[in-house]
Design a protein around this ligand. Structure first.
Ligand code: F6P
Length: 553
């Protein structure tokens, strides 16, 4: 039974705070960002926050001081702070799975005390981090050798969802900090092409597989890990005894790890109070730790912790995750925004938005509240985006001149990472000039008068007009370091938390992924053996029959 009392909460859209926001939205009408900036010369500096190394500019949002006050009143009425404190205390706020939600404990300092059911979990967290550090150093130094005595040169992480996206994203993000003489690959898809492409050019004698799975029952991961084991043993022409030197596991499920044949001495543990999509700073980050080293990994955890502390203690007016969460709620509820773009101006963050898709959409893609009642307000948005400037030449047209409201986050850095040749360092100003130009154009647009004044033919004026008034957040930092990456991720984790708290949904379960898994198990024998098609619906049965025919069965 949950320690949280959710029954007494008023329906979100029945609260006076919601009604006040609705009225305020009407009054705001089509007020333009041009008007808001004209009315307040300080807006560009006043509507900013600093959190750790992050500079956050929210001046280009369709909000006034009154909007922000009303949004904070909504957060107070829905007791966001109460749920936040319950999370940090280790209460079982994931009510449908009856679990605590304590990813914040993964980055707590060694001397912190965080209890779950009366037990301080911090020593266990640090014991695993120490074990990971010792193992990483052995691989990095070449003293961990494979079955034939060769040092490990290739590290292949096999996992999916939260057991893949985090390490894969962070490896790309921190590539300039990685050991360039080691090869890292990430395999997730049950499509055999993924594993094939990851290993076809590797020497099994120099390859370590990290099997990452919280449950160790995920079909994609277990299937790929089994195929990887076959590839390894065939390539080495060895028996089961070779597995111990080439396979380690990251999991909460020691029994299943053992069943697979991995020595539990080579298992790095985490706990049921770590959700999959919040797990990358747990043992799930082992591949990243090998890549960047334990010290850099610790710097990243400290970056997470810095933002955890900010979220826990900063007053509402200066609380960045609270602000970002509330802005998203504002657009979803009162501007009918259906999606949210995350547009990093850093090629190193090429997988960042994909990572956020799971974080946000698996957390807040819900349509019943904590008590199981259908919600009649917007919940999580569709999160999408790719790095600039590439997106500018693909889909920005729709953001600029389409019919949809798409709030967007622009993320950029003042300095490129160390090691670029001088010409590439110089390119960085051009990258960032594009960044600032885009947020400027989105906010202020170009009026028909301005277009006309350029001598544009009258019939083309509507086509060349930019309506502007598209809201954006700007996130800037000096450089993309491990700490800054940790800060960014924690910022988004807590933003997602705020939204789930206001919407009164359980952001920590994911029942919506289950049905497909169950059905796939039923359909597989129909495809393989051709039996049981009569149990399927008409469309799926026909598709299965067509598939078999095309496969020549
Ligand atoms: O199917 C969804 C999911 O459960 C995610 O929440 C999770 O990150 C992913 O699958 C992988 O799960 P596991 O780490 O248990 O293999």
């Amino acid at each position: 039974m949950s320690e949280m009392n959710t029954d007494s909460r008023a329906r979100l859209n029945q609260t006076p705070e919601w009604a006040a926001l609705g009225k305020h939205r009407e009054q705001l009408g089509d007020t333009h960002l041009r008007d808001l900036f004209a009315a307040d010369k300080e807006r560009g500096s006043r509507y900013t926050l600093r959190v750790g190394d992050l500079y956050l500019d929210y001046s280009k949002h369709l909000v006034t001081d009154e909007t922000l006050t009303l949004l904070r009143e909504l957060a107070a009425a829905t007791d966001v702070a109460g749920l936040r404190d319950a999370m940090f205390r280790g209460e079982r706020i994931n009510t449908t799975e009856n679990r605590a939600v304590l990813h914040t404990a993964l980055r707590a300092p060694r001397d912190a005390v965080i209890e779950v059911d009366g037990e301080n979990v911090v020593p266990g967290v640090h014991a695993v981090l120490d074990k990971m550090a010792a193992f990483s150093e052995r691989v990095r130094s070449g003293t961990w050798t494979g079955h034939t005595g060769k040092p490990i040169k290739n590290i292949v992480n096999i996992g999916i969802g939260g057991s893949d996206l985090g390490p894969a994203m962070a490896y790309e993000a921190l590539r300039s900090f990685t050991r360039r003489d080691l090869t890292f690959r990430f395999v997730s898809n049950v499509d055999g092409a993924d594993l094939h492409e990851a290993v076809h050019d590797l020497d099994p004698a120099e390859t370590l597989f990290i099997v990452a799975s919280k449950t160790f029952t995920t079909i994609e991961t277990v299937t790929n890990a089994t195929s990887a084991r076959t590839w390894l043993l065939t390539g080495l022409d060895a028996g089961q005894e070779a597995v111990a030197k080439h396979f380690v596991a990251l999991s909460t499920n020691a029994g299943k790890v053992q069943d697979f044949g991995i020595d539990t001495a080579n298992m790095f543990e985490f706990w049921d109070w770590v959700g999959g999509r919040y797990s990358f700073d747990s043992a799930i980050g082992l591949s990243l730790m090998i890549a960047i080293g334990p010290d850099r990994f610790r710097e990243m955890l400290d970056g997470f912790h810095l933002v955890d502390e900010h979220f826990r203690t900063a007053p509402p007016e200066q609380n960045a995750p609270l602000l970002l969460g509330l802005l998203g709620i504002w657009y979803g509820a009162f501007f009918d925004a259906q999606s949210h773009a995350v547009l990093p101006y850093s090629h190193y963050l090429s997988k960042f938005t994909a990572y956020l898709q799971q974080l946000d959409m698996e957390s807040n893609g819900k349509s019943v509240d904590r008590d199981g009642n259908p919600v009649d307000w917007q919940t999580g948005p569709v999160v999408w985006g790719t790095p600039g400037t590439n997106g500018q030449h693909a889909y920005y047209q729709l953001i600029h001149q389409g019919t949809k409201v798409i709030p967007a986050d622009f993320i950029g850095f003042a300095r490129p990472v160390d090691g670029f040749q001088p010409g590439l360092v110089a390119q960085h100003d051009l990258l960032m000039a594009n960044f600032f130009a885009q947020t400027q154009a989105l906010a202020f647009g170009k009026t028909p008068e301005e277009v006309g004044a350029e001598g544009v033919a009258e019939e083309l004026v509507p086509h060349k007009t930019f309506q502007g008034n598209h809201p954006t957040t700007t996130l800037l930092a000096g450089e993309l370091t491990p700490s800054v990456l940790g800060q960014l991720i924690a910022l988004y984790e807590h933003k997602v938390f705020v939204q789930g708290a206001v919407w009164n949904i359980d952001s920590f379960d994911q029942w919506g992924v289950e049905l497909g898994k169950v059905l796939a198990k039923k359909i597989e024998p129909v495809l393989t053996e051709g039996t049981g098609g009569d149990q399927l619906d008409g469309s799926t049965a026909t598709l299965a029959a067509t598939y078999r025919e095309l496969r020549g069965r």
